[in-house]
Design a binder for this molecule. Sequence first.
Ligand SMILES: [Mg+2]
Length: 380
Amino acid sequence: MEIANLEAIPLSHELPDGRSMGSVRGKTGTRFAALIRAETKDGLVGWGEAFAPPQTVATLVDELLADAIVGTSAYEVESLAERSYTGDLVGYHFGGSAFVQSAISGIDMALWDLKGKASGEPIHRLLGSSGTHSVVPYASTGYVTEWEQDIREPLEQAAEEGFDAAKIKIGRGVEDDVHRVAAARDILGDDADLMVDFNGNLRPKQAIRAAKELAEFDLTWIEEPVPPENLSGYKRVQKSIDVPLAAGEAHYGRFEFKRLIDERAVDIVQPNLGRVGGLSEARLVADMAKAENVAIYPHVWNSAVGVAAALQFAISISDYPHAGNVREPLLFEFDRSENPLRHGLIETPFDPTGGELEIPQKPGLGIEIDENAVERYRID
Ligand SMILES: [Mg+2]
C-alpha cells in the first residue's frame, strides 16, 4: 500500500448563460472541485476531494504535501492531521491553516478509498457502521439566484421527484424569509422536514427575531444564522430559541469543532468532509459530538467524490443516545443546483429520488470514477 503518486486535479464547470446562484452572502456562476488522485506502487487508485479553491489545493499538494506523503503507506492515513499540527507536514506555523487542512482532507479521503479497495470493504464498514443501507436525502435548494427564481419552482420540482425534506436559503429580511418558508411548507406539507440556511448573514438579535417569526413553520433546524466566527453569538441565539441550531460547514479541524461542541453553541455540527480534515478528523469530531449528545450531519456541496465520502461517513455515525426504534431520519444534504461534477464523473450517478438514497456498497468510496470525464472538466 505504498503511495507512489499523489496528484491534485482542479475541475470547473460554468453555469450556462452567465447565470449565478448561491446564498444571501454571495452568488457564483462556477462550480469547482479539487480532486485528489492517489496511486499505490501496485497500481491501486484512490480518490478524494478537498473543499477549497482547486488551483490553490493543487499548488499546496504539488509544492508542499506530495513529497512528504509519497513513499508512506495508505494505512498511515489517520496520522495526517496530527502530522500537520506538529509541523511534520508544511510546518507548524501553517499546517493548521484552512487551505492546508482542506488539502489534507482530500488526501485523507483518497487514502481511505485505497484502504477500502485493498480490503474489499466500503469505507462505512471500516468505520464500523451498523449496516444501514440508505439515508433520507433532503433537497438543498431554494438558492438565491441572480435571475430571481420563484421559490416555488425548485421546491415543486423536488416534491415531484419524491423528496420528503428540504433546506432553503433565506436571510434577506424577515418579510422575505417568511414568504419563502411559508411557500416551502405549503409545497412540502406539514410533516416534511424543512430547514433554513442564513449562511451567517445576521447579527444575534436579528437572528433571534427571525427565528421567532419563523416559529410557526416547525423548522427542523436553523443553519448558520450568525457568522461562523461568532461563537458568543451562537451561544446567545442558542439560549433564546427552541429550534435546533446547526453550523460547521465553514469550520474545520478538531479544535474549532471542540469549541462549538464543548460550549454547546449548536445542537448539530455539519463538517464538510473535504475541509474538516477528512474522514479521520470527522470521526474524531463525531466522537466529541456524541459525548455531548450533539447531532452530526455532514455539509455536502461537492462533486461525486465528496458526496460519496459524506455518504460513507453519515451512516457510520452512532445515533446515541437513541435506542431501539427511536432513531431519527438520517437526513443527508443533496444539493439540487446544476452541477455535472456531482453526477457526470461517476459510472453510476446517485439517485436521491423517491425519498431514499442508497449507500454505495462497492469497496472504498463505493464509486467508479470516469477518468475521461475528469479530464473533460480539468482546468490546469
Ligand atoms: Mg449551509
